[in-house]
Design a protein around this ligand. Sequence first.
Ligand SMILES: Nc1nc2c(c(=O)[nH]1)N[C@H]1C(S)=C(S)[C@@H](COP(=O)(O)O)O[C@H]1N2
Ligand SMILES: [Mo]
Length: 502
Amino acid sequence: MRGQWALTGLLAGLAGLATAYLAAAWLGLRGNPVTDVAQLVIRLTPGSVAEHLIQLVGRHDKPLLVTGVTVVVLLLFALFGLLSRQRAGAGIAGFVVLGVIGLVANQSQYGAPATGIVPSLVGVLTWLSVLSLLTAQLRPQPFRDESKMELGRRFVLVASGVGVASAVVGLLGRKVGGHRRAVDAARDALNLPGVTDPGPPSGVEVGLDGITAWQTPSSRFYRIDTALVPPAISPEDWSVRIHGMVDREITLTYDDLIKRPRHEIWMTLNCVSNTVGGPLISNAWWSGTHLKDLLTEAGVQNGADAVKQTSDDGWTCGTPLSAMLDDRGAMLVYAMNGEPLPIEHGFPVRTLVPGMYGYVSACKWVRQIEVTTFDSFSAYWTERGWSPLGPVKLASRIDVPGNGDHVKSGQVRVGGLAWQQNTGISAVQVQLDGSGWRSAELARENITDSWVQWVASLDVPPGRHQLAVRAVNKEGQVQTAVRADPVPNGASGWHTIGFTAD
Ligand SMILES: Nc1nc2c(c(=O)[nH]1)N[C@H]1C(S)=C(S)[C@@H](COP(=O)(O)O)O[C@H]1N2
Ligand SMILES: [Mo]
């Protein structure tokens, strides 16, 4: 009997999720009430907790969060069903409260359209109707003379009907597909004349088995952002506004942007959250236009020292104005590896600033570029404990051998990557078992804004060994051994691995 009440709550709940999902897809909204609530959880999570969770679960953070929210919601549905057994009002109240949470989660999002309230309303109406339909089957009705068995059979019938109907509505929601599919199609249809796709220049690879490919395919490029459902923006709906402490505001459409002088660069992007030796770094070929030229046209006023960038979903970052005005080649980027930016990497337009961690510079889905002062705002990650300034640190990594690997003793080729974008790498050194540093060989072609592959041949006797690496930049600075955590401005220390020679 209790099982039936719990099932009632669960079925009513699922039915409401299905209709809300369909409504959201129909209206072309970015998320649905479940993802909206999960997004609210992201926004309310303190920075240090977020950092630990990302270290713990890596790229599974988003699926895990959505699964977590879904499980909690399903448990609540069952609970509301159980509560309805004692007092019908209790279950109803539960569903209404949940609906209000969904509504608030939606409307508190940056730029949320008013239509965003519709899915929650549709969901609550569904919950309440299905709940009353199903609970009616469980309460003996005075004017009907039914046996317990007939009552049970009728419940099973109605409950299965509700279940099937919900599944159909849910599938319909998938089919409607919504906004994202239209933007995918618009992206596929784009033609960006003049954007090139040269492939890795000769000499950037050292030819060592197991070393990370110099150019990262877009599908394997690391991804970090706070967007549970990435903004899907059609190029014709996009524009960027350059404003704030400027003489002339500029608003650029996508067409305006791709008609401007084009610049293309190899650039490595890395995340401030990357641990020593970690994977949150990738290298690609980017096409765009120089921000320096745009800012000069806008006329930057005296006293400004920062650029506050805001993305379509309200995420913000603060970039030193000087890094956008000097000759490093900060860009508004619309193509990656010769194709329009993937939606997950900021389509239609993002920012890239060589030599800055992503969190202070690489705004995806960028919509506002405001010339201002660091004193007058704090950006998304600054509010959560990270430094306002985030120049990339000199760093290096061992790819071969992997930590814990077994190799054949004798001559062993080891290798990996080193980087400090906008400064460049002049040398890499390795150290076996704590004794003396030896020079590694750098790839023949060494591009300042990209990571560089290195390789070294070591004479390794049988046994267990430790290998460390450090880089030297083009200013002669040697990578520090001092270990620092990613918070507040990036990890430091030498990447060190253990391996066994047999
Ligand atoms: N809109 C938006 N842009 C963003 C972020 C974000 O959360 N939202 N994350 C930043 C961070 S922390 C990094 S490291 C880079 C990662 O870019 P990628 O996902 O293309 O690798 O994007 C940056 N730009
Ligand atoms: Mo990042």
